[in-house]
Design a protein around this ligand. Structure first.
Ligand code: WAQ
Ligand code: MG
Length: 250
């Protein structure tokens, strides 16, 4: 699902479900698009595609941990340090974060998908800077939903958002070309973001943006532009169902 108003992205979501779960999931998505902190959508696009069950791969979620920080400035500093520790260059990381913070789409807007940054040159590699690359066709295995909830630090309303971000990040981290992902929400009141990598797992950072800001997004730091079409195809199309993490972080 993706929803918009006057060409401004409001929200999106993707699921990978059995046929018998479709109707319920669809109406839940429509509700979400209509009642959203970024405003009420004027246009909602729903796309349903069949995926053969033999094509669906299974994988574990990344381990999950939470870094408590006092301000978004401290949170971004921590994120930069962690990215440098993963081998990225400070200049490239800071420049990518500055682009995200300024609104990475044309006219300083929010993108519908993620930015792809070449970690060796700092160049943006997504073919369309308004759309970005949207990761799709991933979910929690139906039989693991309950167990996964037990891993979450917060119960209630927030957990659906956390689960969705955790699943998305776990899919992105499976791509060998991806070094790390940095994300914070475009919802004005949601300040927690994350840094995810195969090496360190899904690291939530309690503040990554200023309260009230409608600008958010995702940056995927990519090893090189080699095999870019294959990477994009994997992120958009490869169906994966996740089960609980094999090792739990702190
Ligand atoms: N693929 C790629 N990029 C996406 C996708 C997707 N499927 N969905 C959203 N984005 C991009 C897009 O630019 C959005 O503007 C931006 O990410 C933010 O999306 O552990 O809520 O759904 O507490 O607002 C992370 C922390 C919350 C959760 C992230 O993102 C936690 C969040 P939102
Ligand atoms: Mg949002």
């Amino acid at each position: 699902m993706r929803s918009s108003r006057e060409n401004i992205h409001i929200s999106g979501a993707e699921r990978l479900l059995d046929f018998d779960q479709l109707e319920e999931a669809m109406s839940e998505m429509i509700q979400r698009a209509l009642v959203h902190p970024r405003g009420r959508a004027a246009k909602i696009c729903l796309t349903l595609e069949t995926v053969a069950s033999q094509q669906v791969r299974r994988a574990p979620l990344l381990s999950l941990s939470t870094l408590q920080v006092k301000s978004w400035q401290e949170g971004r500093q921590r994120a930069v340090d962690l990215l440098i520790a993963l081998g990225l260059e400070r200049q490239i990381v800071e420049n990518a974060i500055a682009q995200l913070a300024a609104g990475p789409a044309p006219q300083s807007g929010v993108m519908r998908g993620a930015m792809l940054i070449d970690a060796t040159t700092g160049q943006r590699l997504e073919p369309d800077q308004a759309r970005g690359v949207r990761v799709s066709r991933m979910d929690i295995e139906p039989q693991a939903q309950k167990e996964v909830r037990q891993f979450l630090p917060a119960q209630g309303l927030a957990s659906q958002r956390i689960t969705e971000a955790w699943v998305l990040a776990s899919k992105v981290a499976l791509a060998p070309q991806v070094i790390a992902e940095l994300c914070w929400s475009d919802d004005p009141d949601y300040l927690t973001g994350y840094l995810a990598s195969r090496q360190n797992g899904y690291q939530r950072i309690t503040h990554l943006k200023k309260a009230g800001s409608p600008i958010g997004g995702r940056i995927f730091f990519i090893r090189s532009r080699d095999n870019l079409p294959a990477l994009i195809d994997f992120l958009q199309n490869s169906p994966i169902l996740f089960y609980p993490p094999e090792v739990q972080g702190v």
